[in-house]
Design a protein around this ligand. Structure first.
Ligand code: P1T
Length: 383
């Protein structure tokens, strides 16, 4: 295991990895095995069954834990299973405070799955952390946030919310999917648990679905290890290998995503067909100061409201060619999507309206293609 003192890029390449002793292989092998031989019942070389642990998955888990400044990492079959695994910490009668703008599938899981078991959820605009206070109850056990939020890119002061959560006796879990540990490390800001849809920037190539959970707390680490194994939503060995491989280039990819996102955000902000651009890196973002303080970069996600209505928005979405109209984000290729009709369609229309997820909102995941080609593509689609 590498030490936290080593640089982020060094840990991204080396943490969790050791030279394979039999052949000297420089990369971590893909251990495609469901089980491990035991010389005598109950004795083994560290692994007994691949749901409980697999060397390839363990290498990625150690690496992502190190990058998020935690000691315990868990790789799951999807971001959604990472969420479901964390929710196992709760019991009937517990209460959760969540930010109001949240990935649609996360809200669906909370409201349609966990609410059935008597867990209560309150959705609050936490861009002002003090708005949390009136929602805290004696049974509040967990605060769940995304920052920046999906898809409106609102920011939440992680340090301020963690202090309020802890004062109330609750854990703070942060979905860090949009920033990746390269730009933001919630555990360093007081969060108890950080999770990812590794489908996005961690895997980075739009070729797998996965999730990760990291904590630095011994008790939470023990509980999450138990729930990961008992629930069984583990990441496959092959996908663990792909994540381990991809995370080595996370730093250079994030820098390139951000460079292009800044160019795209500035271009859109000046375009007459655009009503408003949402990007934490713009001085016009209402929480630009918090972005600069809390994150070491602004990320690759840009949302924007087009002028006109649904037909103009459809024309734009159908007109792009370097960007691909598709759900998801964080891959090397640029994607664009319509949250109201796609990623957040599972939310009730009234909730979408209240939040501002309407007909003219589009969300861009800016990839690492040539900046000039991305801007030219937007230019032709907007005209
Ligand atoms: O798709 P999955 O790997 O299960 O992850 C769910 C998830 C969790 N958290 C955030 C912030 C997410 O964005 C997602 C998945 N989001 C999309 C598919 C999307 O296009 O927004």
């Amino acid at each position: 295991m590498q030490s936290f003192e080593e640089g982020f890029e060094t840990r991204a390449i080396h943490a969790g990895h050791s030279i394979e002793p039999v052949t000297g292989a420089v990369t971590t092998p893909i251990y495609m095995t469901s089980t491990f031989a035991q010389p005598t019942p109950g004795e083994h070389l560290g692994y007994e069954y691949s749901r409980s642990g697999n060397p390839t998955r363990a290498a990625f888990e150690a690496c992502i834990a190190s990058l998020e400044s935690g000691r315990f990492g868990f790789a799951t079959a999807s971001g959604s299973v990472a969420t479901a695994t964390i929710l196992q910490l709760l019991k009937t009668g517990d209460h959760v405070i969540c930010c109001d703008d949240l990935y649609g599938g996360t809200q669906r899981q909370f409201n349609k799955l966990f609410a059935r078991f008597g867990i209560e959820f309150s959705y609050v605009d936490l861009s002002d952390p003090s708005s949390m206070d009136e929602h805290i109850r004696a049974n509040t056990r967990l605060v769940w946030i995304e920052s920046p939020t999906n898809p409106l890119l609102k920011l939440i002061d992680i340090e301020a919310v963690s202090q309020r959560a802890h004062a109330a006796g609750a854990w703070l879990a942060v979905d860090n999917t949009f920033m990746s540990p390269y730009f933001q490390r919630p555990l360093e800001l007081g969060a108890d648990i950080v999770m990812h849809s590794t489908t996005k920037y961690i895997a980075g190539h739009s070729d797998l679905v996965g999730g990760a959970i990291v904590t630095d707390d011994d008790d939470l680490g023990e509980q999450l290890a138990f729930y990961t194994n008992a629930l069984g939503g583990i990441q496959s060995t092959f996908d663990s290998y792909l994540c381990l491989r991809s995370v080595k280039t996370l730093a250079v990819r994030m820098q390139a995503h951000e460079r292009n996102a800044i160019a795209v955000a500035k271009y859109l902000e000046d375009h007459p067909a655009i009503d408003r651009v949402l990007f934490p890196g713009l001085a016009s973002h209402p929480q630009h100061e918090l972005a600069t303080r809390q994150m070491s970069g602004y990320g690759g996600m840009v949302s924007a409201y087009l002028k006109g209505g649904i037909s103009e928005t459809r024309k734009f979405l159908e007109g792009v060619s370097v960007f691909t109209l598709a759900e998801s984000l964080g891959g090397v290729e640029s994607l664009v999507e319509h949250p109201a009709l796609m990623t957040h369609a599972s939310l009730p229309a009234s909730v979408r309206d209240e939040l501002g997820i309407g007909d003219t909102l589009v969300r861009l995941s800016v990839g690492i293609e040539s900046e000039a080609d991305l801007l030219a593509d937007l230019d032709q689609a907007l005209s």
